[in-house]
Design a protein around this ligand. Sequence first.
Ligand code: C5P
Length: 221
Amino acid sequence: QVAVITVDGPSGSGKGTICQLLAKELGWHLLDSGALYRLTALAARHHGVELDDVEALEVLAAHLDVQFKASDNGKGVQIVLEGEEVTHAIRNERVGEDASVIAALGPVREALLNRQRDFAGAPGLVADGRDMGTVVFPSAELKIYLDASAEERAQRRYKQLISKEPGASLDDILNDIKARDARDMNRAVAPLKPAPDAVRLDTTTMTIDEVLQAVLDEARH
Ligand code: C5P
C-alpha cells in the first residue's frame, strides 16, 4: 500500500495550490479530482448530454478519454480530452458550475471512483478534492481539511480573475462561492465535510507558504 495524503476543502480554500506545491516538494504523484468532474461536465457539453441525464453522464464518466501529460515547459500538466487540449477550458466558471451539478449524482461519482484510486503509486500520492479523506482514500495516512472564510476565498478568486476579466465582481464571486459551498455540503452523496480523523487548518489569515509548512510539518510527524 502506498502513502496517501488527502487534502479536502471548499472552493478557493487554496487546496489546488497547496497540493501542487506539496506534491512537488515530496516528489509524489498528484490527483486533481475536481478536474475529473470538470472533464465530465465538459464532455457532456461536447456530446450534447443534459446535466440531468444521469445514465448518459454515468457512461461519459466511466469512459472519459483523458490524458494528463507533463507539459513541455515543465510547469504543471496538460490535460487532453478526446484528443483536444482542454487544460484552460476546464477552469472556466461555467464548467465549474456544471461540474458541481453532476458531482451530486451518485452514479457519476461511482464511475469516477476507480479512476481516482488508480492515481495512487509509489512513492506516494497527494489527493486534492472534496471527499478524498472520507470516500476515495479512507485509510490515507494523513488527511488535511483546508478551510477559509467565504469572504477571504472570494477575495482570493477575485485577485486571480481581475487581470483576465476586468469586469469581474467581488459580490458575484462571493455569491457563486456560497452557492457552490451549499451544493457541495448539502448533497446526499459524499457531501463535503472533514473526515473524523482530518487535521483541520483555517487558512483565512495564513499565507500559502505558511499553509505549506503546516502541512509538511504534519507529513513529517
Ligand atoms: O475543485 P474544483 O473546483 O475543480 O471542483 C469542481 C467541482 O467538482 C466542485 O465544486 C465539486 O462539486 C466537485 N468535486 C467533487 N468531489 C471532488 C472534487 C470535486 O464533488 N473530489
